[in-house]
Design a binder for this molecule. Sequence first.
Ligand code: DX5
Ligand code: ZN
Length: 220
Amino acid sequence: GKQAIIAPSVLAADFANLQRDIEMINQSEADWFHIDIMDGVFVPNISFGMPVLEAINKHAKKTIDVHLMIVDPDRYIKTFKDLGSDILVVHYEASTHLHRTLQAIKAEGMKAGVALNPHTSVSLLEDLINDIDLVCIMSVNPGFGGQSFIENTYKKIKQLKEIIVRNGASTLIEIDGGVTNKNAKQLVEAGADVLVAGSYVFRAEDPIATIADLKKITEI
Ligand code: DX5
Ligand code: ZN
């Protein structure tokens, strides 16, 4: 059967032991690294920036999924390509010319993603779903790790899946925020392909076993 793609969020890592935590993910069954970039303007928090991503990329041996929580993301598309980003995700709410932004990301050879805040309807993507490689449905308000999961997310996943199927698109559905072993299976059953998990993985006593467990739970 199919298993979810598991993307641990490095935001929850121990930044004083970043290399150790990256090697842990390399050795685990995790599929991607999820990297949260926050500018203190689009979201009320500042995470880390280019020098840290450069350091992460030196050690990371898996796909790098960069989630930009920044205003006017077009300014940094080339920069994030150079820093090792394989997938670049911009926020719908931060983009004025989203179609153009997605083409610019793909022109740099990256997969193009769009993230939606909890208040943003998936129906707004109807007209460009065929141009989107990945939709990141935020299941918490972006800005912080460790928040609790918003239940309305299941409905959004089902609505988005319907749009993807109806348009014959191959867009992946990623869920970001509050993912644990309690909701992982139900998320995949609703149509999710990728699960981001930050605090649930890094606060665990045995993160490697926790990741293996998420892979197993999400097999459908
Ligand atoms: C929130 C970030 C998430 C966050 C998830 O703004 O986009 O990726 O790191 O963390 P948890 O899994 O702890 O909710
Ligand atoms: Zn994220």
